[in-house]
Design a protein around this ligand. Structure first.
Ligand code: MLT
Length: 337
């Protein structure tokens, strides 16, 4: 894919170019950690089309899928320094930079697309957006909803945590996810997303977890045979913009960018609901994956993993923050320590 970017001085915002009628086009670069075809791509292309339409073609957005612009965590650093305009990445890769976001990756907090929408589009989402601006220098413009993370592996059917014994599992570099696997009795290998397919292919690791849509987009079915139909974390993939880039835009252009982010988010939600079950079916029927139901309705997985919640209260803003999130989802407060 062509890499091209016009150098526009920060003081001369896109809006001043677009809205004043000066005919000088501008192109923004958007990094995607995933391959083309998944929810990141869908959100990215929708946002790009909306920006182009809303600016009458004065601003275009060029997508660079498959980690071409660096690992997902690298793209946060680059956006934060103003070296990259936009990135779509998994929320678990933002948490190391902005720990309060971790409330979204605590195991078994978000249990459905509806839960994910309630949190991202309510007060909690606004607060986490403010926190990532403050902590990481990036602004969340929108969200891709990718579905529950499902455990895949190449060795054997896994129905209960004991079945993980002896398996080498890749996890993102995210303390909450590392601890979740430790609670299930394994020591996972933290590895960048950009290295995951190769590690699975070369047998460096036996398994990993990601949503059905991502398993399909990344062609993990070529190197993984078994999927456990678990739902320990819901994969949210924010579209972030460099805050310095955003602040360089005129108020009109900022409003337009925020509006495009909201519209692309609404589309992403519908896209998940419309496609997930057919993608799951395709993984079985066309790609020969075997889907295993977690034993006992996932009870043991849930009990073991939620026991780690208190270890992260300090980083997410206290037990009160988790209780606030659970209340927003109509659930009981977390058990007293
Ligand atoms: C990860 O496992 O690191 C991410 O969830 C992958 C992704 O961005 O889709």
């Amino acid at each position: 894919m062509r890499i091209q970017k016009m150098i526009v001085p920060m003081a001369v915002s896109a809006a001043s170019l677009v809205l004043s009628g000066n005919a000088m086009a501008e192109s923004w670069r958007m990094a995607l950690g995933d391959a083309a075809g998944g929810t990141q791509y869908e959100l990215g292309t929708t946002f790009a089309a909306l920006i182009e339409e809303k600016t009458d073609g004065e601003v275009t957005v060029e997508l660079f899928p498959n980690g071409q612009l660096g690992s997902e965590q690298d793209t946060i650093n680059n956006a934060s320094m103003g070296l990259l305009d936009l990135s779509v990445l998994a929320i678990n890769n933002i948490t190391p930079f902005s720990p309060t976001v971790g409330v979204m990756t605590l195991p078994y907090v978000i249990q459905s697309p509806e839960d994910a929408r309630t949190l991202t589009q309510g007060e909690i989402g606004t607060e986490l957006t403010d926190n990532t601006i403050r902590d990481a220098g990036v602004r969340i413009l929108g969200w891709a909803y990718s579905g529950c993370r499902r455990l895949t592996n190449s060795a054997r059917p896994v129905a209960s945590p004991a079945d993980l014994d002896g398996l080498n599992i890749r996890v993102p570099r995210n303390e909450i996810m590392i601890s979740s696997y430790q609670a299930w009795g394994v020591n996972p290998l933290p590895l960048a997303w950009s290295e995951t397919f190769t590690a699975l292919q070369q047998g460096v690791v036996d398994g990993q977890d990601n949503p059905y849509i991502t398993i399909d987009a990344m062609k993990f079915y070529e190197v993984q045979d078994f999927v456990t139909d678990s739902c320990y974390v819901f994969s949210l993939e924010p579209l972030i913009m460099s805050e310095s880039r955003f602040q360089g835009l005129s108020p009109e252009m900022q409003a337009l960018v925020l509006e495009a982010g909201q519209e692309a988010t609404a589309h992403s939600y519908d896209y998940l609901l419309e496609t997930e079950s057919s993608i799951k079916q395709r993984l079985v029927e066309e790609h020969g994956m075997e889907i295993i139901q977690p034993a006992d309705g996932e009870r043991e997985w849930i009990e073991m993993a939620t026991a780690i919640w208190p270890d992260f209260y300090d980083s997410i803003g206290g037990k009160e923050k988790l209780d606030e999130v659970l209340a927003a989802l109509g659930r009981e407060p977390a058990p007293a320590e």
